[in-house]
Design a protein around this ligand. Sequence first.
Ligand code: ZN
Length: 146
Amino acid sequence: MSLDDLYREVILDHYRNPRNKRPLEGADIDLLHNNPLCGDEISVRVKLADGVVEDAAFEGQGCSISQASASMLTDKVKGMKLGDVEELILEFRGMMEGKEGPDDDALGDLVALKGVVKYPVRIKCAVLAWDTLQEGVETFKKSSEG
Ligand code: ZN
């Protein structure tokens, strides 16, 4: 099996069996973004406790890449500190810009999205959930700083 096939399998698995695709009551971060180019729509919701992600969920519709990316994101950030989440978002965006990212072990399933870098029109699909979360984190920090 080639690496591309493996990546595709991982993406399709998250698309067909999305992790954390459900409503989330009482979320601290709750934001919806869409990607008009492709018709993707993602709501990301995160619940925090003492600066740590207690729960994360998403809802939405769109192509397999946008939905798989949201599934991977919500899976990955659970249990992480908010500061680490922000760092991960930057690393992920860097990876999608073709920069050398963190090592594959640190990325887990996210590494499958590396394959998308070769298809520039799909990069927006892959980063949609991440953009949404990044803006949500910024909004949350502003409101909690008062
Ligand atoms: Zn898309």
